[in-house]
Design a protein around this ligand. Structure first.
Ligand code: KIV
Length: 269
């Protein structure tokens, strides 16, 4: 008889079926401790390639490797038991061909134990999304402001300010939905466009800087916790963890230098 507790995570079809229903809650997480907290509340946790900037001080997500995603993805899966864990495919690991994307995604899923992968791109990635989903790899798509294309986009710019661009974004959304993506991240997009896409596509849209009209929301955990001194404008900061860390480090420093720490309670006898 097995003594293991059965693990019941939220599934890809459950997320897919939330279209137009109760808003989907999600956050990024990159390590086991924070993931364990987020796990109590989020429907899915994204191990986003934003970890390159947040955890490793990179300037963009371009330098993030598959190995780095696997390392953080493994930690998040270990730290959680309830939320669906989605891991980003990093730049260079999938764009070249559906076959390369399959190899990268399969490696991520086997080595981390995550339940799905996310990749950036609309119509141009539709063939790849179909190739993966037909072979057992659930895919979350990501359109609008796609940070891995920041060099071709000329930076991090809100998408859809010019109405003449809407047709292309709508075609991207339709293409990834048609190809079998189970959900779609809309990043950095004006509200009327996000609302139109949310109405048009059959799969849930997850907004980040894309208004309350989406079927769910995601934020970078460190941004909403107050650890990023310059969070993007759309972020609501729910805590002041950065200041509290500094206060704790300051108090510790004062106690060490005045020999108040360690005290009797903090030593082995
Ligand atoms: O990498 C990331 O954190 C993301 C979210 C911003 C959606 O892709």
């Amino acid at each position: 008889m097995s003594t293991q507790k059965p693990v019941r995570r939220i599934t890809v079809p459950q997320i897919r079926n939330r279209k137009g229903g109760q808003p989907i809650v999600s956050l990024t997480s990159y390590h086991a401790h924070t993931a364990a907290v987020v796990d109590k509340y989020a429907d899915f946790i994204l191990v986003g390639d934003s970890l390159g900037m947040v955890m490793h001080g990179m300037d963009s997500t371009i330098g993030v490797s598959l190995e780095l995603m696997i390392m953080h993805g493994t930690a998040v899966v270990r730290g959680t038991e309830r939320s669906l864990v989605v891991v980003d495919l990093p730049f260079g690991s999938y764009e070249e061909s559906p076959a390369l994307a399959f190899r990268s995604a399969a490696k991520v899923m086997k080595e981390t134990g995550c339940g799905a992968v996310k990749l950036e791109g609309g119509q141009r990635m539709a063939e790849t999304i179909r190739f993966l989903t037909e072979r057992g790899i659930p895919v979350m798509a990501h359109i609008g402001l796609t940070p891995q294309s920041s060099n071709t986009m000329g930076g991090f710019k809100t998408q859809g300010r010019d109405e003449s661009d809407w047709v292309a974004h709508e075609a991207d959304a339709e293409a990834v939905s048609e190809a079998g993506a189970f959900a779609l991240v809309l990043e950095g997009m004006v509200e009327p466009l996000a609302a139109r896409i949310t109405e048009q596509v059959a799969i849930p849209t997850i907004g980040i800087g894309a208004s309350a009209k989406c079927d769910g929301q995601i934020l970078v955990l460190e941004d909403m916790l107050g650890l990023n001194p310059k969070p993007p404008k759309f972020v609501k900061v729910y805590s002041d963890i950065g200041d509290r860390i500094e206060q704790a480090v300051k108090t510790y420093t004062e106690e060490v230098t005045s020999r108040k720490f360690p005290s009797e309670d903090n030593i082995y006898r």
